[in-house]
Ligand binder design. Structure first.
Ligand code: UGA
Length: 444
């Protein structure tokens, strides 16, 4: 199959590279020349484990191409995937201007009947709108079929997810197009679900909203656990083992971040609002998440009294491990709040520092190792559970910090271990370990 992909962000690039790896000839299109030059050399503009290797392999096999020339890429393609961004607008709705630009481009470029597949996350009804736009500008002798094929990849494990997903959703009212897209995806060996277009569009939002709901639910249970002296880790296992509930996405912490859950939950509230439905449950999920992101600072204030003049280290800036993405990351909320409270902040992340600098500038200090970050600090906040942060022996905090006081938003350590190490360890939804020898703590 000859495939063109519009947009080389997470979704577009990973989709293109993986489709080339299962044997298709794929041309990825982007308007950014520098980015395209880089990708032609097999260098990914985004950090995603395994992506560079797979890019180089398929470039060498002459199945994967990159270009800024959309006309060339689209004109004879069997299938064109739209995978451009749909950023959040001020009112929470999705901005479709990038999608619109691509659709315009497609209608002026294609020279044969084509299938247009939408991978971008778009509000329900958008694919019908795309079809309308296309037919407005398309030469009369040409036809397009529209397919909604939402993406379920997670950043940081996108390649694994592409080859091991739970399902592939194909939404269209054209049986022939459904068969072609099914055929394209067959080598993945992943179950395929065929629906109408609007249901496929809704499946994407409903999936992310449900996962976000699970996270806010477990975070609320964690907050109650703290007050009734229960342990959230045990509770999560106890409820997750019920197959009807499932163990995944029950990890309590400092709330969800990233480019998807925050944006898509707000967009779904907006979609519901447009048809006069007040999505109360999802509004609460969002509210709980906002509170949760600021939770560690509240805990620090409770224990340390004032944060003014304190030196505080933040370990981990990315919204989750294995990515340099800091969009909607709790680290940003926490860093700003700590600075507001008068603390001086020093942060470490293995790869997300450059992106954080673009957002926070010199509001905080940055450093190149965990050791340097925690040295002489009054308190440490664990914000992203990078492997190297999880593996750090607790003795290190005792050795390097002014006083070993740890606020862990990701429950990286055992409570028992914390007790044995005579440190103060405050985590989420679990017993607080307060070391009596640490004098600056309020709750001794
Ligand atoms: C999410 C979905 O998981 C993907 O299926 C979807 O394709 C993607 O959004 C998207 O719409 O493009 P992603 O945002 O990459 O993927 O990351 P997740 O692994 O889902 O994590 C999202 C946030 O939830 C992170 O901040 C993570 O720390 C948090 N989280 C996740 C928890 O706090 N607890 C959990 O149990 C799981």
């Amino acid at each position: 199959m000859k495939i063109a992909i519009a947009g080389t962000g997470y979704v577009g690039l990973v989709t293109g590279v993986c489709l080339s790896d299962i044997g298709h000839v794929v041309t990825c299109v982007d308007i950014d020349e520098k980015k395209v030059d880089l990708m032609k050399k097999g260098v990914s503009p985004i950090y995603e484990p395994g992506l560079d290797e797979l890019m180089r392999k398929n470039i060498e096999a002459e199945r994967l191409f990159f270009t800024t020339n959309s006309r060339e890429a689209y004109k004879n393609a069997d299938v064109i995937y739209i995978a451009v961004g749909t950023p959040e607008q001020e009112d929470g709705s999705a901005n479709l201007s990038f999608v619109e630009a691509v659709v315009h481009d497609i209608s002026h470029s294609i020279e044969r009947d084509t299938i247009v597949v939408t991978k971008s996350t778009v509000p329900v009804g958008t694919n019908d709108w795309i079809k309308g736009l296309l037919y407005k500008e398309l030469p009369e002798n040409l036809n397009v079929a529209i397919v909604s094929n939402p993406e379920f990849l997670r950043e940081g494990s996108a390649i694994y997810d592409a080859f091991n997903g739970d399902r592939i959703v194909i939404g269209t009212d054209c049986e022939e197009a459904a068969s072609v897209v099914e055929e394209i995806n067959k080598p993945y060996g992943i179950p395929i679900i065929k629906t109408d277009i609007r249901s496929a569009e809704m499946i994407k939002y409903a999936s992310n909203a449900f996962l976000a709901t699970k996270i806010s639910f477990i975070n609320e249970i964690a907050n109650i656990c703290e007050k009734v002296n229960a342990n959230i880790e045990d509770v999560a296992v106890g409820i997750g083992t019920d197959n009807r509930i499932g163990t995944q996405f029950l990890k309590a912490g400092i709330g969800y971040g990233g480019s998807c859950f925050p944006k898509d939950t707000k967009a779904l509230v907006q979609i519901a609002g447009n048809v006069e439905h007040n999505f109360e449950l999802l509004n609460s999920v969002i509210e709980v998440n906002n509170k949760q992101q600021a939770m560690l600072v509240q805990k620090a204030k409770q224990h340390l009294g004032t944060l003014s003049g304190k030196r505080i280290s933040i370990l981990g800036l990315a919204f989750k491990p294995n990515t340099d993405d800091i969009r909607e990351a709790a680290s940003l909320v926490i860093a700003k709040e700590l600075v507001n409270e008068g603390a001086s902040v020093i942060a470490y992340d293995p790869i997300a520092i450059e992106n954080t600098k673009k957002e926070l500038g010199n509001l905080i200090e940055y450093t190149t190792s965990v050791d340097l970050a925690i040295k002489d600090c009054d308190a440490t906040f664990i914000v992203t559970e990078w492997e190297e942060i999880q593996q750090l022996p607790l003795e290190k905090y005792k050795e390097l910090m002014k006083q070993p006081i740890l606020f862990d938003g990701r429950n990286c350590y055992d409570i028992k271990e914390a007790k044995e190490n005579s440190i103060s360890y405050i985590s989420i939804g679990r017993e607080e370990v307060v070391c009596k020898d640490i004098t600056c703590l309020q709750k001794n």
